[in-house]
Write a protein that binds this ligand. Structure first.
Ligand code: UT7
Length: 322
C-alpha cells in the first residue's frame, strides 16, 4: 500500500506586525476585548506590494529545502487560497512558474479556512491513486485585502501568511485518514457576499469585504469540529490517549480549547499560534505545523490531528503520523 507522508515544511509571515494596541488607535476596540474573546494579541499584514503568491513562494522554498528536494522533483502543486493574486491563472500556476517547474498539474482549492485540509486531502489521494510522488501543498492568504478595516467585529480577527508542506509517496504511514464536509445552507453566516460574476465593480473599488455572524459561526464550529475529530479517531480505531498533538485551525482560542476538551487533550499538546498570527485562514494549519516541527515539539513518529472550519460552511479533520 502506498502512503503519503509529510517530508518537509516551511512558512512565511509578512514583516509588518499589527498589534491590538495599534488597532486601539484605529478603531473603537481594546486589547482586552480582542484577547479575551479570541486569544489574539497581534497579526502580520502584507505590504502593499506583497501578494499571496509572494508569501506562498517563500513558504514553498523553505518546505522544499527542508525536505531536501529541488523544485524539479515536484510533480503536483495544490494551493489553498481565498485571496488569489489573479482571477486566473491560479496562484498554483503562478507559483509553479516562480519555482521554474514545468509540466506538472497545478491548481487552487478554495474552501476558505478549511482550504488547507481540502488541499492536503487532494494531494493525499493523488499520491495514493494517481502516481504523484512528490507534491507541494500550500495554504497562503492576504486576508487583510478582504477586510473592512472599519468593521471591528471582523477586521481584528484575521492576518496574512503562508505555510507549505512537501508530501511524498512512502512505504510507511503518513496521512491515515481525511474527512471533509461542507454545507452551503450556511453560506450567509461567513462570507464575502460579492464576486467576479456578481459585482465586479465592487471588487475594483476594493469593497469586497468579509462579513460574519460570529456567535452563530462559533457555535457551529465547536460542534462540527468536535464531531470531526472524533470521526478521525473512530475511522482509525484510535484512542484519544494515542494522540500526541492537535494542530487546529486558529480562529479562536476558545474554539481550540473546546476541541482539546473533546479530545481529552491537555493544552500542552495543542499547537497555538493565534496569539501571534490571528486567523490566517488556509495558512493557519501549515504555519502552526511548521513552527512546531522547527522548534522540535512535533517529532517523527508522533500522531497528529488537523482540524479546520470555514466559510461555506466547510470543515474537516485529518489524522496522520509524522
Ligand atoms: O475561521 C473561520 C471560522 N471563524 C470562527 O470560527 C470565528 C467564530 N466566532 C468568534 O470567534 C467569536 O464569535 C468572535 C470573536 C467573533 C466574537 O466573540 P463573541 O464572544 O461571540 O462576541 P459578540 O459577537 O457577542 O460581541 C459582543 C459585543 C457586541 O456588543 P454588544 O452588542 O453586546 O453591546 C459587539 O458590538 O462586543 C462588541 N464587539 C467589540 N467590542 C470591542 C464586537 N467586536 C468588537 C471589538 N472590540 N473588536
Amino acid at each position: 500500500m502506498k502512503f503519503a507522508r509529510i517530508t518537509g515544511t516551511g512558512s512565511y509571515l509578512p514583516e509588518k506586525i499589527l498589534s491590538n494596541h495599534d488597532l486601539e488607535t484605529l478603531l473603537d476596540t481594546t486589547d482586552q476585548w480582542i484577547y479575551s474573546r479570541s486569544g489574539i494579541r497581534e497579526r502580520h499584514i502584507a505590504a502593499d506590494s506583497e501578494f499571496t503568491c509572494d508569501l506562498a513562494e517563500h513558504a514553498a522554498r523553505r518546505a522544499i529545502e527542508s525536505a531536501g528536494r529541488k523544485p524539479v522533483d515536484i510533480d503536483l502543486i495544490v494551493v489553498a487560497t481565498t485571496t488569489p493574486d489573479q482571477v486566473f491563472p491560479s496562484t498554483a500556476c503562478l507559483l509553479q512558474n516562480r519555482l521554474g517547474i514545468h509540466d506538472c498539474p497545478a491548481f487552487d482549492v478554495q474552501a476558505v479556512c478549511a482550504g488547507f485540509i481540502y488541499a492536503l486531502d487532494v494531494v493525499y489521494r493523488q499520491i495514493q491513486t494517481s502516481g504523484s510522488k512528490c507534491a507541494l501543498v500550500v495554504g497562503a492568504e492576504t486576508f487583510s485585502r478582504i477586510l473592512n478595516w472599519k468593521d471591528r467585529s471582523t477586521c481584528v480577527l484575521f492576518g496574512d501568511g503562508a505555510g507549505a508542506m512537501i508530501v511524498e509517496e512512502s512505504d510507511r504511514p503518513g496521512i491515515m485518514s481525511s474527512h471533509l464536509h461542507a454545507d452551503g445552507a450556511f453560506k450567509d453566516l461567513l462570507c464575502v457576499p460579492v464576486g467576479v460574476s456578481t459585482a465586479y465593480q465592487e471588487i475594483l473599488a476594493g469593497r469586497a469585504y468579509t462579513e460574519m455572524q460570529g456567535k452563530e459561526v462559533f457555535k457551529w464550529a465547536v460542534t462540527a469540529l468536535g464531531d470531526a475529530v472524533l470521526e478521525a479517531l473512530e475511522a482509525n480505531d484510535c484512542d484519544q490517549s494515542e494522540i500526541d498533538w492537535l494542530v487546529p485551525h486558529q480562529a479562536n482560542i476558545r474554539i481550540i480549547r473546546a476541541i482539546a476538551r473533546r479530545l481529552d487533550l491537555s493544552m500542552d499538546n495543542v499547537i497555538v499560534t493565534i496569539d501571534r498570527h490571528g486567523n490566517t485562514s488556509a495558512a493557519s494549519i501549515p504555519l502552526a505545523f511548521d513552527e512546531a516541527v522547527r522548534d522540535n515539539r512535533i517529532k517523527p513518529g508522533q500522531k497528529i490531528i488537523f482540524e479546520a472550519f470555514g466559510g461555506g460552511f466547510t470543515w474537516g479533520s485529518m489524522l496522520l503520523e509524522y
